[in-house]
Design a protein around this ligand. Structure first.
Ligand SMILES: Nc1ncnc2c1ncn2[C@@H]1O[C@H](COP(=O)(O)OP(=O)(O)O)[C@@H](O)[C@H]1O
Ligand SMILES: [Mg+2]
Length: 271
């Protein structure tokens, strides 16, 4: 029998190599899981906007049908009115573009991509979200006030994830004011730089407010007080904000309602 040293050494080498492989696999699995979770979170957030999205697509589609029918009528005339046909077709093209633009925005939000942190102006993120939730605000008769500090330093962040945070906070604010009938329904979004090297973004509503005993539970997954709520919004928000090195917290207002606010660290290459 040959001495066992050599095969053992080989086995030892192989196992070190395979340990490295295992670690690589584990790291990839973790990245995949993070991507999947981020994807679920995006879809969950989109779910909040279903009513708006449906409306924004249905409206131009309805207009397309109306104009197409009008076209047929212009063409069926004894002397077809081609100018009218041309005008209607141009409107059809415009509405078609509008509908596909909505779908493009939704797909960008729903797409499964790895988290990508780039230098961002938080005010741009706020403005993009406001465009997405405009209809929700209008249909719930909520007026929006923005107090965005100008020329903020950039932060390093994932644009879509930070949009998700804002969408969730804004939708919660709107929902919290649904029962308000005796005062103005106003939502205020503020951004500013705080005393330290951090940015602060807050969403203030004048809604039902938050009971003391709920203040920390709000951020738990599946905690909801809404009949058809999922209770994932704030839990997603908190994990995204913390993934950006920031903190998300809630406080009561002097008057009615609540304020949710998060911080984000300013990057060194600040503008
Ligand atoms: N702006 C707010 N005002 C009052 N309560 C709020 C507000 N935002 C969140 N909440 C409370 O926190 C709970 C959890 O919110 P969230 O995680 O977004 O889930 P969901 O909106 O599906 O209930 C809500 O059900 C509600 O009770
Ligand atoms: Mg919510």
């Amino acid at each position: 029998m040959s001495p066992p040293t050599r095969p053992q050494r080989v086995a030892g080498l192989r196992s070190r190599a395979s340990r490295r492989m295992e670690r690589k696999h584990a790291e990839q699995a973790l990245r995949d899981m993070q991507t999947n979770l981020a994807h679920v979170a995006r879809i969950t957030t989109l779910g909040e906007l279903t009513a708006s999205i449906t409306h924004e697509v249905n409206q131009p589609l309805g207009a397309v049908l109306t104009n197409a029918e009008a076209c047929l009528r212009w063409l069926d005339r004894a002397t077809p009115d081609l100018d009218a046909v041309r005008r209607s077709v141009e409107w059809i093209i415009d509405d078609g573009k509008r509908a596909s633009e909505v779908i493009r925005r939704v797909r960008a939000l729903a797409k499964k991509t790895e988290i990508e942190k780039v230098p961002l102006d938080v005010n741009d993120v706020v403005r993009e979200v406001v465009a997405l939730v405009q209809r929700e605000l209008a249909s719930h008769r909520v007026s929006l006030r923005m107090e965005l500090a100008p020329a903020l330093p950039l932060i390093l962040g994932d644009r879509v994830q930070l949009q998700q945070v804002m969408i969730n906070l804004v939708m919660n604010g709107i929902e919290a004011m649904q029962s308000v009938t005796d005062r103005l329904r106003e939502l205020v979004i503020r951004s500013r730089r705080d005393e330290t090297r951090r940015l602060l973004v807050s969403v203030t509503d004048g809604g039902v407010g938050i009971a003391k005993e709920d203040a920390e539970r709000l951020f738990d997954a599946f905690f909801t007080t809404k009949p058809s709520g999922m209770g994932m919004g704030l839990s997603i928000c908190r994990s995204i904000v913390e993934g950006h090195g920031g903190r998300l917290s809630v406080s009561g207002n002097e008057g009615p309602g609540a304020t949710f606010q998060f911080t984000l660290p300013v990057t060194l290459f600040a503008a």
